[in-house]
Design a protein around this ligand. Sequence first.
Ligand code: TMP
Length: 222
Amino acid sequence: MNSSAKFITIEGIEGAGKSTQLRLLAKALTANGEAVTVTREPGGTPFAEQIRDLVLAHTDGPVDPECELYLYLAARAEHVAHHILPRLKSGDWVICDRFTDATVAYQGNGRGLETAWVRHLAEHAGRIKPALTLLLDLPVETGLARMRERGAGNRLDLEHTAFHQEVRKGYLEAAEAEPERIARIDASTSLEQIHRQIVATVNQRLGAHLPAPLAPALEGDR
Ligand code: TMP
């Protein structure tokens, strides 16, 4: 599978603060004169966003894990073909909120489908490997408490704690298996400290030259 030097994914359990950190990283790259595309999974194109609405909607009963898996894969195939690859080809940095590692952690570790098989399918649908995956890691209780504070909740947020523990375990196993791609970031600290760790990691691993973040860069994101 090809990898692109400018493709970054951000992963983590619920309440890890991915969206905020993704925005801050995009801001830092843009301020440095880089062209940046920010996107997310499931979603990222109008059709994939329709799949997102379907797969994250609350349902009366449980959804079959394989059905769920194929919906995430279908959304990914569409997203990669019609958004991620064209943007990378045009020279942008692409930062994606979740990608193949989420499928392994949630549908494999979380739902109990065979993880090697899920990874194979997820990578096939993904077609391209991220150059860097930032895993925002924190204890499940902290993440879920943050979610409750926000009052948010899709169908998966409502899963019991044990499900999220399995997901976290899956992410940590992935980071151990691929340390050259997946960087574990301690997400239990402050917004500023997490951003600093991310900037340092992107500079170190991808040869970017982002300046250490200054307080004004964080304004509006507190
Ligand atoms: P988020 O945008 O809040 O991160 O929500 C997306 C939800 O979808 C989140 O609960 C994780 C879940 N998900 C999977 O279960 N498998 C996947 O492959 C992806 C991309 C997301």
